[in-house]
Design a protein around this ligand. Sequence first.
Ligand SMILES: Nc1ncnc2c1ncn2[C@@H]1O[C@H](COP(=O)(O)OP(=O)(O)OP(=O)(O)O)[C@@H](O)[C@H]1O
Length: 284
Amino acid sequence: MPTVPPTPRGDTVNPGPPGTPDGAPPDALTVTELTVAYGPVRALRAVSLRVPAGGAVAVLGANGAGKSTLLRAISGVLPFHGGEIRGGRIEADGRDLRGRRADAIVADGIVQVPEGRQIFARMTVAENLRAGALTASRRGVAETYDLVMRLFPVLAERQRQRAGLLSGGEQQMLAIGRALMARPRLLLLDEPSLGLAPIVIDRIADTIRDIRRQDIAILLIEQNAALALDLASHAYVLEVGRVALSGPAAELAATDEVRRRYLGDNGEIDDVRAATRPLARWAG
Ligand SMILES: Nc1ncnc2c1ncn2[C@@H]1O[C@H](COP(=O)(O)OP(=O)(O)OP(=O)(O)O)[C@@H](O)[C@H]1O
């Protein structure tokens, strides 16, 4: 798995990879004033956000806020009408993604784990994983496969099993593992906790933390705000297609609005403590 090399800041003789003026790696993703419409329905209005290299950013929002539309536009399956999306592999120096095909964007290093997993049920676990490597160069596939086996021991035990026989949590792990096989620089996660039991969500959350340690940036879309704010260092709140709030995750989690609307703070202080307990760990 390639990692983002540390870049010597301020070194004018060897500024490292192309990127920001101070030689830091370019952001994994920069979205500027993005506007997307479905016919007459404006789903996103001038949305701007960024995911730094190796960073984890969450997008929160109620049903219909535009979260899935944002991911679809980034991954190239939905054309966008206004604004700009830049990102991808470090060598591409923040490539403009307008008009690029979805498979080219995967090859650029931006890989989505779709909502509802969408694994190939009749194929084995190993075949699903290898399918994820189809757009990646052949070099390094075996190493990446080994990394996925280490990250997901449960998949290692079931490599020959048909994917349709896995539990919901295991299928989610397989979907994430398959995305990792494309060796992303940025992983787009669409509602990874959806429909899973709390104990399984904890395991998925641990895996997402492990992935962050591989220097892979993450953009996480979640309705489970407590989980998203726990995993991410920065978050954006979408409301009816616009960014209503953004900031460091721990700060957002402390705002009245986020507590009331997204963390279930209805004045019952015990519930709030339970919902925000993991945040204190991250804030510290
Ligand atoms: N294919 C479509 N055709 C027309 N309108 C759509 C389509 N998909 C989404 N929309 C509309 O775009 C807006 C944003 O939807 P989107 O699915 O991106 O929201 P979301 O935040 O992901 O919500 P959810 O979690 O319910 O999927 C909503 O008003 C929705 O009704």
